[in-house]
Design a protein around this ligand. Structure first.
Ligand SMILES: Cc1cc2nc3c(=O)[nH]c(=O)nc-3n(C[C@H](O)[C@H](O)[C@H](O)COP(=O)(O)O)c2cc1C
Length: 299
């Protein structure tokens, strides 16, 4: 059975260079970081930057964050015009200042409003419309199945489920049985997500839930080769890290590039002896060249 493994969207982490590396390692459909719908419609340059992708990334879903049906519909239209192969709605972001605006995971608290939002977005675009949901808001409102049914009824083409509730944040194990319940409740393909750290883990999730694809977030940090499905030699890993570093320097503005290089190379240190001290030195380094020098001395 072929496994469809996908990189999970992670704000300030899964930018174009990392996404392209995940694809080159064998990852399936990519998803952008969350893009604020209102800022996109207002024409914010920084927000437009988040919607940028490299040609090799297609097919790519661009993900929107918002709560207002008209604004989300207009933002979805703009993303379609920018070449998005799918538009995804974020219904999972747990961040306090986001949910305070009724966005992200807060959309799950109001299925009626969620339906209005999805209806408006569905009318706005011809490309597939997808949603990424949680188990629910908290333990008393585990409504992933209800929200998934609403989404399907509004014409959503696929659903990703990260089964923790908003209140759970990242605590506790992700309750995969919620993914299984959504798979059983809808006909559209369901992507499972949560706590997958290996290919064996992905296979276990498919076996336990029947999901059509598996999305991997934290398990891909410093290890994009997870998408290849097999163990690879150290030299091959080094080639991938070099490629990632080169893409960061080539495609991100200099200040962002330096931060991203530090962040990702720090993740690539994981498990190496002396990683803690090297990480500290990496974060102090003033230039990309020095960051790379420190990293490769450890590697
Ligand atoms: C740093 C970070 C940023 C994230 N940003 C987003 C985001 O922009 N959009 C989204 O839908 N989920 C976001 N998530 C959630 C992940 O996509 C995923 O659902 C979660 O990490 C669980 O999967 P994992 O156990 O494989 O990491 C983020 C997670 C992390 C750790």
């Amino acid at each position: 059975m072929t496994l469809d493994l996908r990189l999970a969207p992670m704000a300030a982490v899964t930018n174009a260079p990392f996404r392209l590396v995940a694809r080159e390692c064998g990852g399936g459909l990519l998803t952008s970081e969350e893009i604020d719908a209102r800022a996109l419609v207002a024409g914010s340059a920084r927000t437009l930057e988040l919607a940028r992708y490299l040609p090799g990334e297609r097919p790519i879903a661009l993900q929107l964050l918002g709560a207002d049906p008209d604004v989300l519909a207009e933002a979805a239209r703009r993303l379609e015009a920018l070449g998005a192969d799918a538009v995804d709605l974020n219904m999972g972001c747990p961040v306090a200042k986001i949910v305070a605006k009724g966005q992200g995971a807060a959309l799950m608290r109001d299925p009626f409003h969620a339906a209005l939002v999805l209806r408006a977005m569905r009318k706005a675009v011809g490309v597939p419309l997808t949603v990424k949901i949680r188990g629910g808001w908290d333990d008393r409102t585990l409504n992933a199945v209800e929200i998934a049914r609403v989404a399907e009824a509004e014409g959503v083409d696929a659903i990703t489920v990260h089964p923790r509730t908003r209140s759970q944040q990242f605590a506790g194990a992700a309750p995969w049985e919620i993914i299984a319940a959504v798979v059983a409740a809808v006909r559209v393909p369901v992507t499972g997500n949560g706590d997958v750290r290996s290919v064996a883990g992905a296979r276990a999730m498919v076996a336990a839930t029947g999901c059509a694809a598996v999305m991997i977030g934290r398990g891909a940090l410093g290890a994009p080769w997870i998408f290849g499905g097999a163990e690879i030699a150290r030299e091959e890993k080094a080639r991938i890290v070099r490629r990632h570093a080169a893409l960061i320097e080539a495609h991100l503005p200099p200040r962002t590039a330096l931060v991203q290089l530090k962040k990702h190379l720090a993740w690539y240190c994981h498990g190496l002896p002396g990683a803690a001290a090297t990480r500290e030195a990496l974060f102090q380094a003033p230039s990309p060249a020095e960051v790379q020098e420190i990293f490769w001395a450890l590697w």
